[in-house]
Design a protein around this ligand. Structure first.
Ligand code: NAP
Length: 179
């Protein structure tokens, strides 16, 4: 069965980015790519990725228009955005409407939910979020883009440290109150 895995860095107070979509608080951190929470190891299991339009535009902007991912990507947007290349599909609407296409693209690998937090929550509400993997940076922002726009019971499965990041893997149990 396809696993949907939300893997992201976050501040301790649960933000993916600041109010201006800046990741300066993250990019200044040290992280050992071969240590706990290795992104390289995670990516080896990824067959397809899903993200919202702000995240897509941030990546393109940050990479100066280049798209460095090879896995098929689904971008949720209500706008008529031009895909950067043929691996990118623009979609809109409820996650369940796209489930078959996403799982076909993933093949026998995982779906990486890249973010943001409201999209991740809409996947969770559709029963399309199995795990949340976070690297918690030693930073608070006070406000910004939320890690997850919903109330869920989680189960801590693993935790470790990578430099000053707390890295943790949670199983999504269900809507808050499930247990
Ligand atoms: N810390 C990290 O590692 C990390 C990870 C991921 C993201 N980020 C950052 O966090 C921020 C997240 O931005 P965000 O909170 O705005 O979330 P986002 O999910 O990246 O983008 C939200 C946008 O996606 C579109 N969208 C979402 N759900 C949709 C649906 N069901 N159907 C159609 N369109 C839909 C809408 O855009 P339209 O206006 O186009 O309709 C919506 O405004 C970004 O700055 C990103 O770079 C950081």
């Amino acid at each position: 069965m396809t696993r949907y895995r939300y893997n992201t860095a976050t501040t301790l107070d649960g933000f993916l980015a600041d109010d201006a979509d800046s990741l300066d608080w993250l990019l200044k951190q040290e992280f050992d790519e071969h240590g706990p929470g290795s992104f390289e190891a995670f990516m080896a299991g990824v067959g397809t990725q899903v993200m919202g339009a702000t995240t897509y535009e941030w990546i393109l902007d940050h990479e100066k228009g280049a798209w460095t991912y090879t896995a098929p990507t689904f971008v949720f947007t209500h706008r008529d955005l031009e895909p950067a290349n043929e691996t990118i599909t623009m979609v809109a609407g409820a996650p369940a409407e796209h489930r078959a296409a996403i799982e076909a693209a993933a093949g026998d690998k995982d779906v990486w939910m890249v973010g943001g937090g409201d999209l991740a929550a809409s996947f969770a509400a559709a029963g399309m979020l199995d795990e949340i993997l976070v690297g918690v940076a030693p930073v608070t922002l006070g406000s910004g883009r939320p890690l997850l726009g919903g109330a869920y019971d989680l189960r801590l499965e693993e935790s470790d440290r990578n430099h000053e990041f707390l890295v943790a893997r949670y199983a999504v149990v269900g809507p808050l109150g499930t247990r």
